[in-house]
Ligand binder design. Structure first.
Ligand SMILES: C[S@@+](CC[C@H](N)C(=O)[O-])C[C@H]1O[C@@H](n2cnc3c(N)ncnc32)[C@H](O)[C@@H]1O
Length: 214
């Protein structure tokens, strides 16, 4: 999609999900799989979990997951997909329709906090990612993935809103180097199909470990 309203609120996302019975592929995100496969499973928070593919993949690989999304339509769908994946998977994931910017986690902290392609304007994005960092337990991992702004220059069909996209350094700059060690700050290329066209796109990927107990 190339046209976006100014504010990407719950109504926008609910309409977007209602426009198709399945908006995303149902496959886990490639950078989630590559960055998480070497971690020891524990508790995970998937923020902006959409239709649930990443959370379900994590549950399949031994994680106990809480999936949160602004869209109640997406959350209902994610829960259905987990049920279809079987009782063992469904029993490892809880779901919640909530705005992460207003969400109160209480004292809970997670071994993994992941946000995949949650694109917000830079002011809100910094607030969101700083909050996600706070939710990581000592020794735990923060994984942030989004579209790289170079996609706009390379003709990839993205909304013409550069402020929604970020480079890895933008995320790294939010993390106090005395508290975090950066495992990955990269812009890997991958091939994606848009309509009949194959194109090379770039993601921004940051994986950081909170220093402290392991
Ligand atoms: C591009 S989709 C990505 C979905 C999923 N992570 C994936 O990769 O398939 C972005 C998701 O972030 C959710 N989202 C946007 N702002 C949010 C917020 N403030 N709190 C929670 N979820 C949010 C949207 O509802 C949407 O499902």
């Amino acid at each position: 999609m190339t046209d976006l309203p100014e504010v990407l609120d719950e109504a926008f996302w609910n309409d977007r999900y209602r426009s198709s019975h399945r908006l995303w592929s149902g496959n886990p995100n490639i950078n989630l799989v590559s960055e998480v496969s070497d971690l020891i499973p524990g508790t995970a928070l998937d923020v902006g979990c959409g239709e649930g593919a990443d959370a379900i993949w994590l549950a399949r690989h031994g994680w106990t997951v809480h999936g949160i999304d602004l869209s109640s339509v997406a959350i209902e769908r994610a829960a259905e997909h987990a049920t279809q994946a079987g009782a063992d998977i469904a029993g490892r994931v809880t779901w919640e329709a909530a705005d992460l910017l207003a969400w109160d986690p209480g004292a809970t902290r997670y071994d993994l906090v992941t946000a995949q392609y949650v694109h917000l304007p830079s002011g809100q994005r910094d607030v969101l990612y700083a909050r996600l960092a706070e939710l990581v337990a000592p020794g735990g991992t923060l994984l942030i993935v989004g579209h790289h702004p170079s996609d706009l220059e390379n003709g990839v069909p993205r909304p013409p809103r550069p402020e929604l996209f970020f480079v890895p350094e933008d995320v790294v700059a939010l993390l106090d180097p005395t508290e975090w060690s950066i495992d990955t700050a990269a812009s890997p290329a991958r091939t994606a199909t848009h309509g009949d066209h194959e194109m090379t796109i770039h993601d921004s990927v940051v994986r950081a470990r909170r220093l402290g107990d392991d």
